[in-house]
Design a binder for this molecule. Structure first.
Ligand SMILES: [Mg+2]
Length: 244
């Protein structure tokens, strides 16, 4: 699909902009990616946001974007827009209780990587895919006692986040801010958690692009992050072309 000046872009990070790595800290940010995002943000008059499961601080670390570029982190549990940080209730006690159970599990299975986040907890099993079932079951039991938390599953990760936060709400919230108002949203993502964002974009009259294979609501597809980056480059040159 073609991006025009009245679109708004919502872009997931891992597996969408960036190729997945064996460990979330080992990703490689291609040269020129941040500059493309900055220029696209400018060409869309500010209507571009990163919508990710990572904390905003990690996006800052990897992309080093100027802070006026909106980022929704931890599936929307934290949102930075127009230089201001928005958030919601964080169930610290419940998270701490679940974390103890996850750490017990990791003692028995050292291939697991537990990642505490400001308002969430991720348990990665990329190094031991056979643990997917046991990890998810253990966490499901742990979370059952805490309705304020929700367990979700991504690529080689099970994650606990505030029940109120998802990428759909993040897209909805951003669409109410001045730079995004009255624009046609386009959400791009590769994972199950992006489907909420897809639904929100489509409900607002926009569309969704799924990266890779797997079931999805999205009506458009791109094969991998390399294709996403090429698509963004092309969108930028079309937006920057005279009369474009
Ligand atoms: Mg992703």
């Amino acid at each position: 699909m073609r991006i025009g000046p009245s679109h708004a872009l919502f872009i997931d990070f891992d597996g969408t902009l960036i190729d997945l790595a064996p460990h979330p800290s080992k990703i490689l940010v291609p040269a020129g990616l941040s500059e493309t995002l900055v220029r696209l943000h400018e060409a869309l008059n500010g209507a571009l946001a990163i919508v990710t499961g990572r904390p905003i601080a990690e996006i800052d670390h990897f992309l080093r974007l100027p802070h006026q570029i909106p980022v929704a982190g931890i599936h929307g549990a934290e949102i930075r827009v127009a230089g201001e940080q928005l958030g919601g209730p964080v169930a610290q006690q419940a998270l701490a209780a679940v974390r103890l159970i996850a750490e017990e599990l990791a003692k028995r299975h050292p291939a697991l990587f537990i990642e505490p986040k400001p308002a969430a907890l991720a348990v990665h099993y990329r190094a031991a895919p056979e643990l997917a079932g046991p990890v998810h079951e253990t966490l499901a039991q742990a979370v059952a006692a805490h309705p304020e938390l929700k367990l979700i599953r991504g690529h080689a990760v099970s994650e606990i986040k505030p029940a109120w936060a998802d990428k759909g709400r993040a897209v909805d919230r951003l669409l109410t801010t001045p730079a995004f108002l009255a624009r046609t949203p386009v959400m791009i993502g590769d994972d199950v958690t992006d489907e909420d964002g897809f639904r929100a974009a489509m409900r607002a009259g926009g569309c969704a692009i799924k990266v890779g294979t797997g079931e999805s609501l999205a009506t458009s597809r791109l094969p991998d992050p390399g294709a996403v980056r090429a698509w963004l480059e092309r969108a930028l040159s079309e937006l920057s072309a005279p009369g474009g």
